[in-house]
Ligand binder design. Structure first.
Ligand code: FES
Length: 131
């Protein structure tokens, strides 16, 4: 399936839109601003590497789908990688922290509220289960 949840996209090529965001040693970076030589020896994770080996969607990917956090899907790979990094650094972000953390990712379709809801849902899915 080649949709926004599972395929890396190249967007503006100027570092403005965030669609091409990948993880470099776990940090979200814009792939279009990075030369291959700069990543020598570092771990690059694209959205293709975020789902499980069996293709099972990650909590962030599932939450975006369930919360209507994507429409055309063009921006989605960048949001998946950016949200994954955001939640690793801040497992329970506030709305303001989510907006700030995702301010480098543009979405022309959703109005962002579904994306913010998805971040909260993914955060609640990934917290350690209370016994
Ligand atoms: Fe279309 Fe975000 S879903 S740009």
């Amino acid at each position: 399936e080649k949709c926004g949840l599972t395929g890396t996209h190249l967007g503006c090529e100027h570092g403005a839109c965030g669609a091409c965001t990948v993880l470099l040693d776990g940090q979200a970076v814009r792939a279009c601003l990075i030369f291959a030589v700069q990543v020598d020896g570092q771990e690059v994770t694209t959205v293709e590497g975020i789902a499980g080996d069996d293709g099972e969607l990650s909590p962030v990917q599932s939450a975006l789908r369930e919360c209507h956090g994507l429409q055309c899907g063009f921006c989605t790979p960048g949001f998946v990688t950016s949200i994954t990094a955001l939640l690793r650094d801040n497992p329970q972000p506030t709305d303001d922290e989510i907006r700030e953390g995702l301010s480098g990712n543009f979405c022309r379709c959703t109005g962002y509220q579904g994306i913010i809801n998805a971040v909260h849902r993914a955060a609640s899915c990934t917290e350690s289960p209370a016994e």
